[in-house]
Design a protein around this ligand. Structure first.
Ligand code: SAH
Ligand code: SF4
Ligand code: F3S
Length: 440
């Protein structure tokens, strides 16, 4: 039989990466092999993200490129899926202007992809199948994981928070938690196949388990997962500041396996802006929460997400964001220019901020944060840290790269045989976004 190849391009967040691993698992079961080369591929899948306009732009750019490839290779099957496909106007635009696309599905029906594919192969015309919401979480999909020693595990789907700027509740549907037994089973089987680190995924892990028939807290789930032999590190994201419990802080402090890192997006420092964003906490609430976490877990690393230029944000209000950054001293911050999303409440808000004002604020914010990042990293100078070795370093193939428990990226000279192991590294150099070192 002739080998068949597929290539998946994944945009957006870890949820999408995990979904792509499932799509890849399904395709491997159908006998397809993965490839990175466009020319070799019999099928290309674009798994899209809609969170900011530049994500959409990137996708449409790539779609143009695959149009050309399809002209050269008419048998190439082009599938598109992911968050953008959950938006009717986008699917309509593709149906109108991008007739060369073969197959469209959404975030709720990945599991029916094999059926859609055979439907397409039979009819040879565009197949569109997008579900508005997923009633049940589909368990047991084959997952073709990128690494053997670390894995993403989605513990819940969807989001009910409706932050006024955000598209995710519309593209991922209502919040649903997986049964803890199913998560434990998945993690046990990962551990048996040699996985050492898991990252639990949810738009807000703090609301995990509340609506299950037998409710369980997120901390309760963490404690169960800590009992799985072989798993050495447990990470999770994202934590919403509105409902981070004392029980969770206690669990991070007590459980050896739960990493000393928390991703705690604050989005904006000003309480009026936070209210209009529908974030349900104030500047003071956030500062008090960070203080409480640091008091109980002094060596915890905290990272965050920040949006600048939300509609109506004044210079003075932006200064509250700078103030929070200066007070909290984040280990790292993902910073974004506010991007208008169609269908969200913030789209209709007057006083959208000029692009150049947004850029200027972002640059000033980055200046402040970069200095803090370097300052926090400098405490590692000369220290020995434990690093899970991921592979060759991106900026120097002769070096290795891995992460500490606190999620610091370490580039170091070491033994290639230690990929997938947790090893000791002595830190010899400090940068704003990473550490340099030598394996001990
Ligand atoms: N559920 C997570 C975030 C998911 S989206 C949480 O609540 O923290 C990841 C990040 O993208 C958000 O934290 C936010 O900072 C950013 N983001 C979301 N919508 C955006 C928009 N319209 N413009 C700019 N940034 C946005
Ligand atoms: Fe978006 Fe807010 Fe949900 Fe995060 S919590 S996904 S920012 S709506
Ligand atoms: Fe993720 Fe983008 Fe969807 S951030 S949830 S892939 S809109």
């Amino acid at each position: 039989m002739l080998e068949k190849y597929f290539k998946i391009m994944t945009y957006g967040c870890q949820m999408n990466e995990n979904d792509s691993e499932k799509i890849s698992g399904l395709l491997k079961d159908l006998g397809y092999q993965p490839t990175d080369e466009d020319n070799k591929a019999d099928m290309v899948i674009l798994n899209t993200c809609s969170v900011r306009e530049n994500a959409n732009d990137k996708f449409f750019g790539h779609l143009g490129k695959y149009k050309k490839l399809k002209e050269q290779k008419p048998n190439l099957i082009l599938s598109i899926c992911g968050c953008m496909m959950q938006q009717e106007e986008i699917v309509n635009e593709i149906k109108r202007k991008y007739r060369f696309v073969d197959l469209i599905f959404g975030t709720h029906n990945i599991h029916v992809f094999p059926d859609l594919l055979s439907d397409f192969l039979e009819r040879r015309e565009m197949v569109v199948n997008v579900w508005e919401d997923g009633e049940q979480i589909v368990e047991g999909l084959p997952t073709d994981r990128k690494y053997s020693f670390k894995a993403y595990v989605s513990i819940m789907n969807g989001c009910n928070n409706f932050c006024s700027y955000c598209i995710v509740p519309y593209t991922r549907g209502r919040e649903r938690s997986r049964e803890p037994e199913n998560i434990v089973k998945e993690v046990q089987s990962l551990a048996q196949s040699g996985c050492k680190e898991i990252t639990l995924l949810g738009q807000n892990v703090n609301s995990y388990g509340k609506t299950l028939d037998n409710p369980i807290s997120f901390a309760g789930l963490l404690r169960k997962l800590c009992k799985v032999d072989g798993i050495e590190r447990i990470r999770f994201m994202t934590s919403h500041p509105k409902d981070l419990s004392d029980e969770l802080i206690e669990t991070i402090a007590e459980e050896e396996k739960v990493c000393n890192h928390i991703h705690l997006p604050f989005q904006a420092g000003n309480s009026r802006i936070l209210k209009v964003m529908n974030r349900k906490y104030t500047k003071e609430d956030y500062l008090a929460l960070v203080e409480k976490i640091r008091k109980r877990i002094p060596n915890i690393a905290i990272s965050t997400d920040i949006i600048v230029g939300f509609p109506g944000e004044t210079e003075e209000e932006f200064q509250d964001t700078i103030d929070v950054v200066q007070k909290c001293k984040f280990d790292s911050a993902f910073t974004f220019l506010y991007s208008v999303r169609g269908g969200t409440p913030a789209e209709k808000m007057e006083e959208q901020i000029d692009e150049d004002v947004k850029h200027d604020r972002l640059n000033r914010l980055l200046d402040v944060q970069n200095d803090i990042g370097r300052e926090l990293n400098s405490v590692y100078d000369g220290e020995e840290v434990l690093v899970l070795v991921e592979g060759p370093s991106k900026n120097n193939p002769n070096k290795l790269a891995g992460r500490t428990d606190t999620n610091k990226l370490v580039n170091f000279t070491g033994d290639e045989g230690s990929i997938g192991q947790i090893v000791k590294v002595k830190i010899t150099g400090i940068k704003s976004f990473s550490l340099d070192g030598v394996q001990v």
